[in-house]
Design a protein around this ligand. Structure first.
Ligand SMILES: *Cc1c(COP(=O)(O)O)cnc(C)c1O
Length: 422
């Protein structure tokens, strides 16, 4: 009796989504209902470790009590003013973000894609007004395998056929080069019409592709030499995820010549409570925006601003950078044991608590596929949620509030599932 009513709850939710929702995602079959810290619960009451963290948006853990409190208080006070007026939180928020990340100015938006669009607009205008690029000739250099979001202009720079196919005509002005390839970058930068190089310090969606340790440093130097803006998309890698505040630079680096000109943040900026994104840069770049040239109704709203202040304070107060650094090393060492033990487990890569396990897809004796998807179903059955990318890669990115004991429990679940999968 219990069993049927439980099954029907899950079935009902899935059927409704499938029937009335657009099929632009292929979710793992589990229906989540609540979350706390590193755990989520499905509608049957079964508990799972969340090793996706909403694509690294809930670095601070699900429903962090401090964020819940701020949200409740601010919801009862004021949520939206628009930018037609000043509000009592945005100024404090802007200061906290600039001081935390070491930039002079910030521009608030909501989603990651909006912030990427903002950075591209800013770079183009900077190219015309400050670099002297002839009108409508500005180019932005991007990398193969990039993921920067889903708008028309952003998919115009994508090399993923699923993201791009059928959505043309595309926005011109992007040039794609190989990732983690400094000579290719130097060559592309010879074109005087290049205004910016936009790059992820680790390609998360591509499958946690981790470039050479000095890639960002060298790319920044190459851009400086050619008077080109280096735009770092830290939407997935930023805010302690890789064991640093920002993945692209050391926390203590304050020399402007060695830092990205522009940083894009979103996802964990609000700890998963509300869409909050931001573009950071220096005066000379940000000042190309003047009243009327750019905007967003919700961007900089007091609810999002207040949540972001608290979300950043939690990262600091709970020592999430140090925790992530330490546990990331343990996690990769444990995964390496699986790589050594099983032929079909190819490698582990990543930084901090943004890691991926690469497996070799196979076919079972009965002809059924054994890909990363099937392994993720096993993980789910064993109480851990992760999502495959590209059939052979599983990303593991727990909330950064995870403890060593919890992490080792996750390691045991992964090891058990891999053994069952072998
Ligand atoms: C998620 C993501 C984006 C897009 O963010 P949305 O909020 O989904 O629009 C852009 N860049 C990177 C690196 C991301 O991981």
């Amino acid at each position: 009796m219990q069993e049927t009513s439980i099954r029907s709850k899950t079935q009902r939710a899935i059927e409704l989504e499938e029937r009335f929702g657009a099929h632009n995602y292929h979710p793992l079959p589990v229906v989540l209902d609540s979350g706390l810290g590193v755990f989520v619960w499905d509608v049957e009451g079964k508990r799972y470790y969340d090793l996706l963290s909403a694509y690294s948006a809930v670095n601070q853990g699900h429903c962090h009590p401090r964020l819940v409190k701020v949200m409740q208080e601010q919801a009862a006070r004021m949520t939206l003013t628009s930018r037609a007026f000043y509000n009592s939180v945005l100024g404090d928020y802007a200061r906290v973000v600039c001081e935390t990340f070491g930039y002079e100015k910030m521009l608030p938006m909501n989603t990651g894609a909006e912030a990427v669009e903002t950075a591209v607009k800013m770079a183009r205008k900077w190219g015309y007004e400050k670099k002297g690029i002839p009108r409508d000739q500005a180019k932005v250099v991007v990398c193969e395998g990039n993921f920067h979001g889903r708008t028309i202009s952003i998919i115009s720079m994508s090399t993923d056929p699923d993201s791009q196919g059928g959505f043309g005509p595309f926005t011109p002005g992007f040039e794609v080069i190989a990732y983690d390839d400094i000579p290719a970058l130097e060559k592309a930068l010879e074109d005087p019409n290049v205004c910016a190089f936009l790059v992820e310090p680790i390609q998360g969606e591509k499958g946690v592709y981790t470039p050479a340790d000095d890639y960002v440093e060298k790319a920044i130097a190459a851009c400086k030499k050619r008077n080109v803006l280096f735009i770092c998309d830290e939407i997935q890698t930023g805010i302690a995820r890789t064991g640093r505040l920002l993945c692209g630079i050391a926390d203590e680096e304050r020399d402007p010549a060695k830092r990205p000109d522009v940083v894009i943040l979103a996802k964990a900026l609000s700890g998963g409570m509300y869409p909050v994104s931001a573009v950071l840069s220096r005066h000379e770049v940000m000042d190309v925006f003047t009243p009327g040239t750019h905007g967003s109704t919700y961007g900089g709203n007091p609810m999002g601003a207040k949540l972001a202040i608290e979300a950043l304070a939690i990262v600091k107060d709970e020592g999430l950078i140090a925790n992530t650094q330490r546990l990331g090393k343990i996690f990769r060492a444990e995964m390496q044991k699986l790589v050594d033990q099983y032929d079909f487990v190819k490698l582990v890569r990543g930084k901090g608590l943004l890691n991926a396990l690469v497996i070799e897809p196979r076919t079972a004796a009965d002809g059924s596929p054994k890909t990363a998807w099937e392994l993720c179903l096993l993980l789910r059955d064993n109480g851990l949620l992760a999502k495959p990318t590209h059939g052979d890669i599983i990303r593991f990115a727990p909330p950064l509030v995870i403890t060593e004991e919890q992490l080792m429990e996750c390691v045991n679940i992964i090891a058990l599932s891999v053994r069952q999968f072998a």
